[in-house]
Design a protein around this ligand. Structure first.
Ligand code: ARG
Length: 603
């Protein structure tokens, strides 16, 4: 879907919305005006925009599309406002209308952009749009306590952070929620196991590491599956926890604290901010979920468990699938917590977040869970008018063999190690390159560049894929200076910083912009698309679109810089081209920032 945003396209859209009904009226078919269908031109030689709507109008008007297109272009040619923006329109093929924006308009836009920190991206209009100004919840990262954070959580963290950054930049109030798995039966097992194997861990901080905790959890799980007596003590422990028994609560807190510290290290390295609000937070609201669902007549007792039967979501036997809200033993599920969370997040009373949009970033494997939970929330009337609730799924991270990503010895990869390896490899690449280029740099520089490029590469590799498909993790590919990679984009910025170092004053005031080369115009046209791309990502939650755009921009910039002299050009061209370099750098910097990717001046 194209969202026409940039001020030029808004004016063009307005002119078309006048011309269409007038053309239709001339053909004695008033009221049959259709959407002009304004889209970007499919090829640059066709101009900037293409209007496809005349073809659709042919049938209701019983006329050939070319005649209709002619009537529309006649209207446009008589519209002075339109002619101030575009050259006279041309008809092509069966009845497409090609539009080319006037050079002076593009230049005026570039001039605005050069003075605008936001590069044309408007702040949402909260005076006009009450709804839009209320909170957006982005629920992302969300690892589980006492378990290792895995690559799936890494993907969620990186994608969720970028979505949150884009929404924040547009002026939304964003709640970045870390819905950590910090509640439930696993704590019963873990606490009763620790009581026998490491009791000091339940009363003192820092006795065990997360790695040990993870192992204890695995052992506990095994004991639970094998030992009936252990099952009973574990259940008792859960009940104590739920009833707020002070010793159990303290043990639980210590365990959570341990995991939290580990998670925080990863967030710090990734420069990601999150507010932790784990599953435990919703514990006091779970009973109310049952009552509400009961009041809405959604609750059915099935085999002793309280369930809601889902509409249109069938199990293997072809019958509607039940979602269990409360188990036979009185325990609640992951889904129950999510239902309580939805209520809380939409709730406008002080006991709630008053959000209007909820976004959940998890692997695609949870799609059914969210479809079910969202459906129940809708049927229970918890979603306010105009409220939106969206699952943002992503595919699996695979190794180069197409299977789940593992270490060479077949173990799951620890995120810490993964980030370390990216940085180590980026350092090795850099040292090799410095040698080839006969450059000497000090260790601080090398460490800084290696860690920036390493982290940028991991993040960009995740973001640049269409998130829905699985993606093959490859250090070699993500660290390459060629192709759609972070190093390639960073390098474009480094080149521009280099121009400034070589004496190009990027900030020269240029009131009189003049351009003559084809490469300049393609760069200009690409630069002016930035605002549309950002707004589109905000709507569709696909950060890879922004990546594709930044990659294209870098390519077009590199072509421009390779083919058009900048520093060696004569005035006024030199200053004008330097201004384009500056705008390219501003756009790349802002774009990377919205992706959460750090940038460099030298590498
Ligand atoms: N803790 C879950 C997991 O590791 C993800 C939670 C996602 N958020 C939610 N509200 N369910 O799979």
């Amino acid at each position: 879907m194209l969202i026409l945003f940039n001020s030029l396209s808004i004016h063009i859209q307005n002119a078309l919305e006048k011309a269409f009904p007038e053309a239709a009226a001339q053909a004695h078919a008033s009221g049959k005006a259709l959407d002009p269908q304004l889209v970007p031109a499919s090829k640059p030689e066709f101009g900037d925009f293409q209007v496809n709507g005349a073809l659709k109008l042919a049938k209701p008007l019983k006329q050939s599309p070319r005649i209709i297109a002619l009537a529309i272009t006649d209207q446009l040619k008589a519209d002075q406002d339109f002619l101030n923006i575009c050259n006279p329109p041309e008809i092509a093929g069966p009845g497409f209308i090609n539009l080319k924006v006037k050079a002076e308009c593009l230049i005026a836009e570039i001039r605005n952009q050069l003075q605008d920190k936001r590069l044309g991206v408007p702040v949402i209009d909260s005076s006009n749009d009450q709804m839009a100004s209320s909170t957006v919840v982005v629920d992302f990262s969300s690892p589980n306590i006492a378990k290792e954070m895995h690559v799936g959580h890494l993907r969620s963290t990186i994608i969720g952070d970028s979505i949150a950054r884009i929404l924040e930049f547009r002026g939304h109030k964003v709640l970045r929620l870390n819905h950590v798995g910090d509640w439930g039966t696993q704590f019963g097992m873990l606490i009763s196991h620790l009581k026998t194997v490491a009791p000091e861990a339940l009363i003192t901080a820092d006795v065990i590491e997360l790695g040990d905790l993870v192992n204890f959890y695995k052992q506990a799980k095994q004991r639970f599956d094998e030992d009936i007596h252990f099952q009973t003590t574990s259940r008792e422990e859960v009940i104590k926890l739920q009833n707020g028994d002070s010793k159990t609560l303290k043990a639980w807190k210590l365990i959570c604290e341990q995991s939290r510290r580990e998670f925080q290290q990863i967030y710090n390295r990734l420069d990601v901010r999150l507010s932790e609000r784990g599953e435990s937070f919703y514990n006091p609201f779970l009973e109310q979920v049952i009552d509400d669902l009961n009041d809405s007549n959604l609750l059915v007792i099935d085999d002793g468990a309280k369930c809601v039967f889902l509409q249109g979501i069938n199990g293997k036997d072809g019958r509607p699938l039940p979602m269990i809200i409360q188990k036979q033993d009185g325990g609640f599920n992951y889904a129950t917590t999510d239902l309580a969370a939805i209520k809380y997040r939409f709730n406008t009373s002080p006991e709630g977040d008053g959000a209007h949009r909820l976004i959940y970033v998890t692997d695609a494997g949870q799609a059914n869970h969210f479809a079910g939970v969202f459906q129940i929330a809708k049927r229970a009337n918890w979603i306010p008018d105009g409220g939106r609730i969206e699952h943002v799924p992503f595919g699996l991270v695979q190794g180069s063999d197409g299977k789940k990503l593992k270490t060479r010895s077949g173990k799951t990869i620890r995120l810490r190690d993964l980030l370390d390896e990216a940085i180590d490899r980026s350092e090795a690449d850099l040292r090799r390159r410095l040698k080839e280029e006969d450059r000497t740099e000090n260790d601080d520089f090398i460490k800084h560049v290696a860690s920036t490029v390493g982290i940028a590469a991991v993040k960009y590799a995740d973001l640049s894929q269409n998130r829905i498909t699985n993606y093959q993790f490859s250090f070699d590919r993500m660290l390459s200076l060629q192709g759609n990679t972070a190093p390639y984009l960073l390098y474009a910025l480094v080149r521009i910083a280099g121009i400034a170092r070589k004496g190009g004053d990027l900030d020269t005031a240029t009131d009189n912009l003049i351009f003559k080369e084809g490469q300049e115009w393609s760069l200009i046209r690409t630069l002016l698309k930035f605002d549309e791309v950002v707004v589109e990502v905000e709507e569709e939650l696909l950060p890879n679109r922004l990546c594709t755009y930044l990659f294209e921009l870098s390519q077009i910039f590199n072509r421009f810089y390779d083919q058009v002299p900048v520093l060696k050009a004569n005035e006024p061209y030199r200053s004008c081209r330097l201004a384009l370099c500056r705008l390219t750098a501003n756009t790349l910097n802002l774009g990377m920032n919205l992706l959460g990717i750090p940038t460099l001046e030298r590498m």
